[in-house]
Design a protein around this ligand. Sequence first.
Ligand code: 1CP
Length: 344
Amino acid sequence: MKESIFLKACRRQKSPVTPVWLMRQAGRYMKDYRAIREKTPFLEICKNKDLVTEITVTAQAKIKADAAIIFADILLILESFGLGLDYLKGDGPAVARPIRAGGDVQNLPEVNPAESLGFVLDAIRQTRSALPKNIPLIGFAGAPFTIASYMIEGGASKDFRETKKRMLSDEPLWNLLMEKIVRATVLYLNEQIRAGADALQLFDSWVGCLSPEEYRRFVLPHTKKLIEGVNGGAPLIHFGTGTGKFLDLLRDAGGDVIGVDHRIGLGEAWKKIGYDRAVQGNLDPNILATGSLEEIRREVKRILAEAEGRAGHIFNLGHGVLRQTPVENAIAVVEMVHEFSGKS
Ligand code: 1CP
């Protein structure tokens, strides 16, 4: 495991080729997953460690990624908070009792993830032992802003109007909500390391809807506290989208690796982040979904050139694999990254 090129890149150590994995590599673009999903509701899959193991291991083996990510969801923790969670066919997640009033925040319980999310921890233990010994397993959680946005909006959102309204209109209440999410997530991620996760990713998928000033004031202190609380020795990837304008602040909040989306060049992004951190990214998922192999090849070469052969680049998409992506393209991109980054 020490020789894993993914873990080496997390620590900014040199490796013979650039490591690559894909966010959402086990999702709906894969027919193996769709076959399971046709028979079983999403939440039931997440709570069945045999299915989770099968899906996680199959996806890694199929595309030959340099890491596996445990099959779960950032929103599972909403159930632990007692908000109720369902996944509607095709429509994405729905929160049964979203936060509507101040009292809803005050009444959120303290979460004990060792119990309420024990099924994820069991799945990590089993998946870790089923994976090849040299393939690291990534555990993950949602970052406080992104989790708060689902708690408040009740599901997917485009403009995050309610979230911003509450954030801007009642700062003490916002801070209380963020603190509750941070406490639960610190416990959850530390339990994931104890269960066998070799690395972690913190998904702040929607934080790019904020201005740098808003991020600095309303999010950074909380995410920083969260990352400082995770102390099991596993490297942490801190990912967001739309964050090109405040990558320096994302870096200040913490993380051994900073995830970069496709709306900024990797070279420019790494310069802003600083070369004392590793970076992950940043192929546009649309290109993987609809581009020709020639276009994908060109983009892979461009991104590798922007990384300038520096140690500490993990190749990935700028966001998750789109469900329209041909699985052949996912297999091909992993091969390309290894081929073009190899020093012959
Ligand atoms: O109906 C189905 O089959 C469910 C589709 C699905 C899947 C396969 C959902 C619902 N979640 C997942 C798995 C998942 N989610 C994984 C493991 C799979 C893998 O990566 O191999 C991971 C890492 C996530 C993380 C996740 N869930 C994020 C962060 C990543 C990102 O894309 O930004 C987010 C925002 C979610 C919320 C969520 N869960 C599911 C959906 C459709 C969504 C997005 C909803 C929205 O657009 O707001």
